[in-house]
Unconditional design. Structure first.
Lengths: 113, 115
């Protein structure tokens, strides 16, 4: 039981490049989400999903796309990377019952130059 | 709209001291959940506790205790006899019925326990 996994752990991009951050969970959780963590700002929700085929925007969705074709996977796509997207990205999952305590992946540290 | 305020940015205590981390929340919903998460220096986020809005009973787990007071919209976290391993950033979070899926985190309190 691996829990929530994220790849890569580190990534450096040039401005304008695109990439996909991968997230997978093996707990059969319906709910998955992406956060970014910036100094002094806590965790901010980017996008979330309550099941395969269903996604919605969080607090800071601009510049990011998501899709959910399976229960297990929830990739986050950066369309055209900008220095403002330099951050640590966390993926999380939870059940839809009982209050949504989330299990987090180890994070991806992204630097955009 | 919902909001979580952790006014203490950083706290330093000497080992074995007690410390309380404050969390104040705002929501218009009467049904909601509150959480605490720990982020040690290694960077992972670890769930500590969940409390729903209908349960104001305080909770104790070893050296950790949580005080939930709806009257003051607070959900404070106390560590008794702190240890170096408690050094971490602690986040308080809220999800309310109107948007259960949109969990709002506070900005975190960095706790440093000095040996």
């Amino acid at each position: 039981n691996a829990g929530v996994t994220q790849t890569p752990k580190f990534q450096v991009l040039k401005t304008g490049q695109s990439m996909t951050l991968q997230c997978a969970q093996d707990m059969n959780h319906e709910y998955m989400s992406w956060y970014r963590q910036d100094p002094g700002m806590g965790l901010r929700l980017i996008h979330y999903s309550v099941g395969a085929g269903i996604t919605d925007q969080g607090e800071v969705p601009n510049g990011y796309n998501v899709s959910r074709s399976t229960t297990e996977d929830f990739p986050l796509r950066l369309l055209s990377a900008a220095p403002s997207q330099t951050s640590v990205y966390f993926c999380a999952s939870s059940t839809l019952v009982g209050g949504y305590e989330q299990y987090f992946g180890p994070g991806t540290r992204l630097t955009v130059t | 709209a919902q909001k979580v305020t952790q006014a203490q940015t950083e706290i330093s205590v000497v080992e074995k001291e007690d410390v309380t981390l404050d969390c104040v929340y705002e929501t218009r919903d009467t049904t909601y959940y509150l959480f605490w998460y720990k982020q040690p220096p290694s960077g992972e986020l670890v769930f500590l506790i969940r409390r729903n809005s209908f349960d104001e009973q305080n909770e104790i787990s070893g050296r950790y205790s949580w005080n939930f007071q709806k009257s003051t919209s607070s959900f404070n976290f106390t560590i008794t006899a702190s240890q170096v391993v408690d050094s971490a950033v602690y986040f308080c979070a809220l999800s309310a019925k109107q948007g259960y899926q949109k969990v709002t985190f506070g900005t975190g309190t960095k706790l440093q326990v000095i040996p």
